[in-house]
Write a protein that binds this ligand. Structure first.
Ligand code: NAD
Length: 497
């Protein structure tokens, strides 16, 4: 497929040519089925605010059916019993199909989320294909151990798939995030029920056709789009679910944990953050400025690893802030399909209002907007890149995730104070750190209570590198060897002679 060159042509192509090809009905037991009620979900394009699709929304009965299909596929179907080589070849086939349809999938994901088309085409969709390939390799490597015998009794362990998994997906990385959950689950021999995000379900719906084309047995992958507090809740509270993998907000993670408590499934959670971007006076300042802009304003700030806090050593504070303001003000806001755009729209009007509300509250309590501090002038869903100073560390905006292009800037004296400020957060997802001094870098790497540190860089993600948080940013890990461990249980076997 040749992707059209201009933003309006891309949008029309996505709406008129790609969208009609996606079956929006639930995918249960290997086929698209009619949902039980007439409930629907409106899907809008954040770039125009216009409705682009109306999806049948599943309710509890449909979810129960999907879990039943996944349960049967696990308990009786070929998938967990299949040779791992064969499972791996299904994953490779799926990766091939994702790569074949990369442009269409990127058009849909960009249309639905408002994320930059060139970013989604350059990273998200390809990352999903790579993740399926990476875990295809793990399907054949999940071995147990031979342990010391107990007298004449020989002891081994074997690793088995945990069972039926619920995968709950957020709207900021729908397609990639599905692969981070489904790829290790499938490689391990599990079956899955995927709940796409209601604000951006389209690319995950499009995956259903590829699952069918890749030849996965019926019920191994099921996709049910619906609201969180109905469809999502029905899924996580179903006692037939063995494991829940959730990516989303900390508050929803609490609800899910309570709702599933009676059956005690294994739960892994990838949650929000309040990342720190820490700049020392000896840093390469141009690189640190690029990093700070990307960390705080990339993806319009709708990024779990966004740096909502920029810490700058006091010797360079004024210079760095002035230059950062200049970069923020030069940033090109625009249509997500335009290759010249650096920052696209927020996901929807309600979210834009939430961002603005948090900024206004901080300004009212004495913070100063060095730049930004309001929505863009075009009446659309853009929020200006915003840098706040004079923010108290106890203020809400210092502590809660804004999930928009808003960063608070704080001065610090030395490494000890940088660590103290950075760790003063209920979250602990990631941090980036800019210094040329190896001793300073080592101290911070060791002392920051986060799941990932980027040193003199920001935002790398690879399928073989584990990702996850500490504290309220979640538990467990996705990607890497740790990612598949979450979908396996170990059985100990004692063999008396
Ligand atoms: P959200 O918590 O509102 O929703 C996430 C998913 O949970 C959606 O599919 C939603 O329908 C579902 N859901 C909502 N209520 C539910 C319930 N009661 N039971 C079951 N499911 C329910 O989060 P969001 O707004 O979609 O995503 C943004 C959040 O996700 C941010 O906090 C962001 O930091 C976080 N996130 C984290 C990572 C990570 O890797 N740590 C990655 C992406 C996003």
């Amino acid at each position: 497929m040749t992707v059209p060159g201009s933003a309006p042509e891309r949008r029309s192509f996505a709406v008129d040519k790609v969208l009609p090809g996606i079956d929006l009905r639930p995918f249960i037991g290997g086929e698209h089925v009619e949902p039980r009620t007439g409930e629907t979900l409106d899907v809008t394009d954040p770039g125009t605010g216009q409705r682009i699709a109306v999806l049948p929304a599943v309710v509890e009965t449909d979810v129960r059916e999907a879990v039943g299909a996944a349960r049967t596929a696990f308990d009786e179907g070929p998938w967990p019993r299949m040779s791992p080589v064969e499972r791996a070849s299904h994953l490779h086939r799926l990766a091939d199909l994702i790569e074949r349809d990369l442009d269409e999938l990127a058009l849909v994901e960009s249309l639905d989320t408002g994320k930059l088309f060139r970013g989604v085409r350059g990273w998200d969709i390809g990352n999903a294909a790579e993740t399926f390939r990476y875990y295809a390799e793990w399907a054949v490597r999940t071995s147990g151990d031979v342990l010391p015998s107990v007298g004449a009794v020989r002891v081994t362990t074997q690793r088995e798939p945990i069972g039926v998994c619920a995968a709950i997906i957020p709207w900021n990385f729908p397609f990639a995030c599905v692969s981070w959950k489904a790829a290790p689950a499938l490689a391990a021999g599990c079956t899955v029920v995927i709940k796409p995000p209601e604000r951006a379900p389209l690319s995950v719906q499009a995956l259903a056709a590829l699952i069918a084309e890749a030849g996965f047995p019926p019920g191994v992958v099921n996709i049910v789009s619906g609201l969180g507090d109905t469809a999502g809740l029905a899924l996580v509270s179903d006692p037939r679910i063995d494991k829940i993998s959730f990516t989303g907000s900390t508050e929803t993670a609490r609800t899910i944990t309570r709702a599933s408590a009676s059956s005690i499934p294994r739960i892994t959670t990838e949650l929000g953050g309040k990342g720190a971007n820490i700049v020392f006076a000896d840093a390469d300042l141009d690189a640190a400025l690029d990093g700070a802009v990307e960390a705080s304003f990339g993806l319009a700030g709708q990024n779990c690893c966004a740096a909502g806090r920029i810490l700058v050593q006091q010797d360079i504070y004024d210079e760095f802030l002035t230059r950062l303001v200049g970069r923020a003000e030069r940033r090109v806001l625009g249509d997500q399909f335009d290759d010249g755009t650096e920052q696209g729209p927020q996901i929807d009007r309600a979210h834009l209002a939430r961002i603005d509300g948090m900024v206004r509250e901080s300004l009212a309590s004495g913070a100063r907007a060095e730049t930004g501090g309001r929505a863009g002038d075009d009446g659309g869903l853009h929020y200006l890149p915003t840098l706040l100073t004079g923010v108290g560390r106890a203020d809400r905006i210092s502590r809660e995730e804004v999930f928009g292009p808003v960063a608070c800037v704080y001065p610090f004296r030395d490494a000890a104070e940088a660590v103290e400020i950075a760790n003063d957060s209920e979250y602990g997802l990631s941090a980036s750190l800019w210094t040329k001094d190896a001793g300073t870098a080592d101290k911070l790497v060791d002392e920051l209570r986060v799941g990932t540190v980027w040193l003199n860089c920001f935002g790398y993600f690879m399928p073989y590198i584990p990702w996850g948080g500490t504290k309220l940013s979640g538990n467990g890990r996705e990607l890497g060897r740790e990612g598949i461990d979450e979908y396996l249980v170990t059985k100990a076997v004692y063999r008396a002679p």
